[in-house]
Design a protein around this ligand. Structure first.
Ligand code: PEP
Ligand code: MN
Length: 363
């Protein structure tokens, strides 16, 4: 079933003049001077078509800077009048929507913390009923594609036909180099399910710092995503929010000009499939390492137990039985005998080493 029957292609309402399509601007609007001087520089970059700035900031703790609120809307109106850039702000409730609409904001965006709540999305959709405006929907913090789709669907059912999904990475328990793990398989799946839905990538919130922005932006383009949203600030070191991940307009310009746009078509299916398979491998490797860690922990416990009971470390009968058993099982599922023996040998060596350490501890 096509859940987005009447979504408009982005090219029909926001033609890309100079690819890639880029939305840029500070994480937060902080002052009129900061907003306007950032926008003036960004407007010189042909790929930047839309100026972003957060006015109502969702913060983890109440004492943090929570945004300038609606007075920033006038600054954005000036940006539009002076530079010709379109403007976009984050909205989290019907009041934000009404204020943004009354100040001529071109595109609304719904943030990762709001998307998770269907009540909020429903309320926002209700005030948007019958309004001709573009809405971008960021993915929720947790890696659940259904929540993302559900929010897009609610807005579409309220009559929003200019819809865009924005991939900004997901909270993930394991340690990764990213602030929010990209889990590319999720935006790829979204594209596979709804090829008509434009998907932008927000490298700033994926990376959380500036050194990884380029490879993530390049990857987004290689995966045929429809554009980028990147945080830029005239003086990043003074930013009141997301200081580490913002770049100057000048650095953004360099970043964009280093990006390679693939010309050849027909490879994207291959890339997507490869990416899917690779992320499966990543997950399995993580599990493998976790299992090995757990195995070694038990090996140590056995070592302690043997020590308390004065039993030797190496017990040949047990070891021969393990080899026979594991090789049989492995061969049955198509692994080679030689590989299995090498693997078991390595495991055994490390286990003996661990137990020896336990034995030698003098307590
Ligand atoms: C932002 O774009 O500044 C923002 C708060 O994003 P997210 O909702 O993705 O965290
Ligand atoms: Mn931000």
């Amino acid at each position: 079933m096509n859940v987005f029957p009447d979504i408009l292609p982005m090219s029909s309402w926001l033609p890309v003049v100079s690819p890639p399509f880029v939305i840029a601007g500070p994480c937060s609007a902080e002052s009129e001077e900061q907003v306007l001087s950032t926008a003036r520089e960004l407007a010189k970059i042909p790929q930047v078509r839309v100026f972003r700035a957060g006015l109502w900031k969702p913060r983890t703790r109440p004492s943090s800077f929570e945004g300038v609120g609606k007075r920033g809307l006038q600054w954005l109106a000036k940006v539009k009048a002076e530079t010709g850039l379109l403007t976009t702000v984050e909205v989290a409730n019907p009041r934000h929507v009404e204020e943004a609409l009354s100040h001529g904001i071109d595109i609304l965006w719904i943030g990762a913390r709001t998307v998770v709540n269907p009540f909020s999305i429903q309320e926002i959709s209700e005030v948007l009923q019958g309004v001709d405006i573009a809405v971008m929907v960021k993915n929720p913090l947790n890696p659940d594609i259904k929540i993302w789709i559900g929010a897009l669907e609610r807005l579409n059912q309220a009559g929003i036909r200019k819809l865009i999904a924005v991939h900004r990475g997901f909270s993930f328990f394991a340690h990764t180099p990213y602030r929010n793990s990209p889990m590319w398989e999720i935006p790829i799946e979204l594209k596979r399910l709804y090829p008509e839905l434009p998907v932008l990538v927000d490298p700033s919130h994926i990376c959380g710092e500036t050194s990884l922005l380029f490879p993530v932006a390049q990857k987004a383009l290689d995966l045929e995503m429809d554009g980028l949203m990147i945080e830029a600030h005239i003086r990043p070191e003074e930013a009141l929010t997301d200081k580490e991940q913002q770049i100057t307009p000048e650095n953004l310009k360099m970043l964009i000009s280093s990006l390679v746009i693939r010309e050849e078509y027909g490879t994207i299916e291959f890339e997507n499939k490869l990416e899917e398979l690779r992320s499966e491998i990543d997950k399995l490797d993580e599990e493998l390492i976790d299992i090995l860690g757990r195995r070694m922990k038990i090996v140590e416990d056995i070592g302690k137990y043997k020590k308390e009971n004065n039993i030797t470390i190496l017990q040949l009968k047990r070891w021969s039985q393990i080899i026979r058993d594991r090789v049989d099982t492995g061969v049955r599922i198509g692994l080679s005998r030689e590989f299995l023996l090498k693997l078991l040998e390595t495991l055994h060596e490390e286990s003996i080493q661990r137990q020896t350490e336990v034995m030698n501890r003098n307590h």
